[in-house]
Design a binder for this molecule. Structure first.
Ligand code: MN
Length: 201
């Protein structure tokens, strides 16, 4: 995995997004995941898992769900640098992914049985346990299509004590980093000045 596609799509003198030039993370640290709510041409949620030094990424139009009844379409996108997990703000007009982004959830994950995360990604079937602030428990990402090609995957919650069949994503709006909504960020509201303060951690 490499970041060429990520870098080729962006002009870092125009966008505030990180170029991915930073240090590798300590090897013993648990891998992270992040979900970013992104209002670009269409609203979607970017779901990212740290695998082999980068953030493997999927755009999920309806966002993740804690209901095992939901099969969320997840379009694989280019790998992102690990420090992208800290990014929220406004990507300027005419830049790739122009629009407003917030860190909707973040935490660590454990890969499930079936080999390393890299192996499971290559095979098109990833099992993992999320330990976030909004998303918790067992999930699976399945690549659609028999040949194992293409970028369409499905993100599905597995049944466990964290499942919620009444899940409504809008009940869990706002940044886990700053408490801000997309509207707060658009309006130039500074981190920490929203009513909804980040809890815990
Ligand atoms: Mn996006």
């Amino acid at each position: 995995m490499a970041l060429e596609e990520y870098r080729n799509k962006r002009n870092f003198s125009e966008t505030p997004e990180p170029s991915g030039s930073k240090r590798p993370r300590p090897r013993h640290a648990a891998p992270i995941f992040v979900v970013q709510k992104h209002r670009a041409r269409a609203l979607h949620y970017d779901f990212r898992l740290e695998i082999d030094g980068v953030l493997a990424s999927w755009a999920v139009p309806k966002g993740p769900s804690l209901s095992p009844d939901d099969k969320r379409l997840a379009m694989q996108t280019e790998d992102h640098p690990v420090e992208y997990a800290d990014f929220e703000g406004v990507i300027p007009d005419r830049q790739y992914g122009a629009g407003t982004m917030l860190v909707w959830d973040r935490g660590t994950f454990e890969i499930g049985e079936g080999g390393t995360a890299g192996d499971q990604l290559a095979r098109g079937r990833l099992s993992f346990l999320l330990k976030g602030e909004k998303l918790r428990g067992a999930f699976v990402l399945l690549r659609a299509g028999a040949a194992g090609e293409g970028r369409q995957w499905l993100l599905i919650k597995r049944s466990d004590e964290h499942a919620d069949r009444l899940w409504k994503i809008d009940r869990f709006d706002g940044s886990v980093l700053s408490g801000r909504t997309l509207e707060d960020i658009d309006g130039g509201r500074a981190p920490g000045s929203s009513d909804k303060k980040r809890s815990g951690r």
